[in-house]
Write a protein that binds this ligand. Structure first.
Ligand code: HEM
Length: 255
């Protein structure tokens, strides 16, 4: 029949196009506005165009090499906002130091201690919760990601130090739960008083405890902590002179 003769060409041509579309590997270029959905690495210069100023491309900031769209927080990060100087750059260090001068607005966090890195990662989690992470564009100019989007040695070192900080923080929280700080008051005439209660030093608990002087290694001054069992002996812990072992409150004479 006549349709077979034209179909021979058109149908085969059509089928070939469909099959090619399915099997030939290709990059779909999905676009959101002007931006390609494939990975993009912005360097410091490119990122600086996203500072929300006149003619800028948007309002971004970077933290530890991750880029966030902070347009929602325009009143903070836009021109005239209190944190405008953090926009369009990676100023990771300043989140901890509060140094917003030009030299302080840097992504070099090698001077931070493990515990300070824990605080910095809290900011990172704040941005993950509250702002839009631009997964398709990360910052590679200085430290944190390679051209192909892999974490650099610097980032791995920061993460190792962070893990140490998390361990230290967990340890100090456990210590604080075991030896919560006492309540205290002081007057020039009568001297001081320290005492324990079921909520002292920001630690809520089932037991009241009794005050003891805790001498931390490397420190010559003692601080007051509450211990649960008045009859247990701990190294580094000393009774207050002139105060009963089991007393929940102790007076400290004026110096
Ligand atoms: C290391 C120092 C500091 C850093 C890095 C810092 C950073 C920031 C950032 C990034 C925001 C915006 C958060 C958002 O996106 O919603 C913010 C908000 C705010 N900061 Fe700070 N800040 C610092 C110190 C301070 C100090 C010392 C004060 C007060 C005396 C302060 C008061 C505030 C207030 C009130 C807001 C919220 C403003 C609002 O929601 O309208 N900050 N801070």
């Amino acid at each position: 029949p006549p349709w077979t003769s034209w179909c021979r060409y058109y149908c085969i041509a059509f089928l070939s196009v469909v099959l090619a579309a399915i099997f030939i590997p290709h990059k779909w270029s999905l676009t959101f506005g002007n931006e390609s959905a494939s990975m993009r690495l912005l360097n410091a210069h490119e990122l600086s165009f996203y500072n929300g100023g006149q003619g800028s491309k948007g309002l971004y900031l970077a933290l530890l090499g991750q880029i966030f769209d902070v347009n929602k927080g325009e009143k903070h990060y836009g021109p005239g906002g209190a944190y405008h100087f953090m926009a369009g750059k990676d100023a990771s260090l300043s989140f901890i130091t509060g140094d917003f001068t030009e030299s302080g607005l840097t992504d070099d966090v090698s001077s931070l201690s493990p515990l300070q890195l824990v605080a910095l990662y809290e900011w990172l989690s704040f941005y993950h919760k509250n702002q839009v992470l631009k997964l398709n564009c990360i910052f590679n100019m200085n430290a944190y990601y390679t051209e192909s989007g892999e974490p650099t040695d610097t980032l791995l070192q920061v993460e190792a130090s962070l893990a140490e900080g998390q361990r230290l923080k967990a340890q100090s929280e456990a210590d604080k739960a075991r030896f919560p700080p006492c309540n205290s008051e002081w007057s020039a005439s009568t001297g001081g008083r320290v005492w324990c209660s079921t909520k002292s030093g920001g630690v809520e608990r089932k037991w009241t405890g009794v005050p003891r002087q805790l001498y931390s290694p490397g420190s010559s001054v003692a601080r007051c902590v509450c211990i649960e069992n008045p009859y247990e002996d701990y190294p580094n812990l000393k009774k207050y002179e002139g105060c009963l072992s089991s007393s929940e409150s102790c007076l400290i004479g004026p110096d």
